[in-house]
Design a protein around this ligand. Structure first.
Ligand SMILES: Nc1ncnc2c1ncn2[C@@H]1O[C@H](COP(=O)(O)OP(=O)(O)OP(=O)(O)O)[C@@H](O)[C@H]1O
Length: 238
């Protein structure tokens, strides 16, 4: 579903992403972890075409990632939600529904807005929404087209506890429905139970990419050590 080969992204002379390669098979859920500045957001932004890559090849469903065919396959939830100042919550849904030709969009949009407590905010303008509400709108917009592949960059940031709980539940449901998910997060427990694989980045490199149990055995962690213990061990400065 996703193939990244030799991705390099430089900001000026600095390599933010340092020649990384990885794949996501259809139906896989992969947790992308790493300390601040590791290159997680840069990697995602290059994949979804928001940043121009310096080098490398990225294929989505076998199509170049910048092609329309690729864009039809995925949704992206950015680390900072961008909403349109002058569209209401409902108009955001309508805009996405029309762009992605979503059937029966009103019922689907109502369900997502209800789940994220946005029903009574549906006529509020984007510019009048709180940070958490913007994040909720961003998530609803990404879920509405029901894409095969979802990129979540720090989806829990700014969400209230109920929305965090719902989002974890949605991850589980999406996984059960065979969706492919790449989720970057610092809330390690939010991916520990659902991720088929964990990818750990540090200084622009992938320093671990395997199932949790394989990572534990590779790095001689004990069976009862958590993903958090493993993460801290792998990313500690020498
Ligand atoms: N627009 C930019 N211009 C210059 N350098 C940047 C820019 N954006 C990111 N960087 C640098 O690229 C590196 C990777 O940043 P990135 O935002 O991808 O990390 P991250 O893993 O997502 O971090 P965080 O967990 O803090 O969100 C960092 O060293 C950062 O300072």
């Amino acid at each position: 579903m996703l193939e990244v080969n030799g991705l390099i992204k430089k900001y000026g002379k600095q390599n933010a992403v340092n020649d990384i390669s990885f794949r996501l098979e259809g139906g896989e859920v992969v947790g992308l972890l790493g300390p601040n500045g590791a290159g997680k957001s840069t990697t995602m932004k290059c994949i979804v075409g928001l940043l121009r890559k310096t080098a490398g090849e990225i294929l989505i469903g076998g199509h170049d990632h910048l092609s329309v065919a690729a864009k039809k396959l995925f949704s992206y939830i950015p680390e900072t939600p961008n909403v349109y100042d002058l569209l209401t919550v409902k108009e955001h849904m309508q805009f996405i529904a029309q762009a992605y030709k979503v059937d029966n969009w009103k019922d689907k949009a109502d369900q997502w807005m209800e789940l994220y407590d946005l029903t009574d905010k549906k006529d509020k303008l984007g510019r009048d929404l709180s940070k958490g509400m913007r994040q909720k709108v961003s998530i609803c917009c990404a879920l509405l087209p029901d894409p095969q592949l979802l990129f979540f960059d720090e989806p829990m940031i700014g969400l209230d506890p109920k929305a965090i709980k719902n989002t974890k539940k949605i991850f589980k449901e999406l996984k059960e429905r065979g969706k492919t998910i790449l989720v970057s997060t610092h809330l390690i427990d939010s991916v520990e139970t659902i991720a088929d694989r964990i990818m750990i980045m540090k200084d622009g490199n992938i320093i671990g990419n395997d199932t949790l149990s394989s990572l534990k055995s590779q790095f001689s962690a004990t069976d009862d050590s958590s993903l958090e213990d493993l993460f801290l061990e792998l990313t500690k400065d020498e």
